[in-house]
Design a binder for this molecule. Structure first.
Ligand code: 4NP
Length: 160
């Protein structure tokens, strides 16, 4: 049984590619590749086919993550038939996903940062118009939240 997780933001060039790359690295380090699959997408069609933002790639690289092979895509209705966990970066992304969600979806659709109950942010701050510190903040939140989601997903493989 493979658990599939999809990270979703607006452009699929900053926040969700970071979560995608961090989760992929953790899956590899913990030898979970046969049990967990990961992908990312954007609610918009603005950057389809492009690499993550160069600032996102550079920040992740400093942390030891390679995002350079990722390409942006737009989330679609069919994703709900594939993924068990669909995790939105902010409330706007979540609203769009709730509108797209077919009635039969039985997985988990929610906010990525909801798993980090000990810190106050429920939404991942958008770093696109921010500085280097904004990208660093995204990366460190992704690292903490991916650890927490991995533990939760292994305990409840099919969402809920
Ligand atoms: P992301 O960030 O949703 O984390 O990929 C953004 C990327 C692009 C834009 C906004 C946010 N944009 O306005 O093009």
């Amino acid at each position: 049984m493979v658990i599939k997780v999809l990270f979703v933001c607006l452009g699929n060039i900053c926040r969700s590619p970071t979560a995608h790359g961090v989760m992929a690295a953790k899956i590899q380090q913990q030898r979970l590749g046969a049990r967990i699959g990961v992908d990312s997408a954007g609610t918009s069609d603005w950057h389809i086919g492009r690499q993550p933002d160069s600032r996102t790639i550079a920040c992740a690289k400093r942390g030891g993550y390679d995002l350079s092979t990722q390409r942006a895509r737009q989330v679609c209705k069919e994703d709900f038939a594939v993924f068990d966990y669909i995790l939105a970066m902010d409330n706007n992304n979540l609203r769009e996903l709730q509108q797209l969600k077919p009635t039969g979806f039985s997985g988990h659709l929610g906010l990525f940062l909801d798993v980090l109950t000990e810190q106050p942010l429920r939404e991942m701050p958008d770093p696109y118009y921010g500085d280097g510190a904004a990208f660093e903040q995204v990366l460190s939140l992704c690292e903490a939240a991916c650890d927490a989601w991995l533990a939760r997903m292994l305990a409840a493989p099919k969402g809920a």
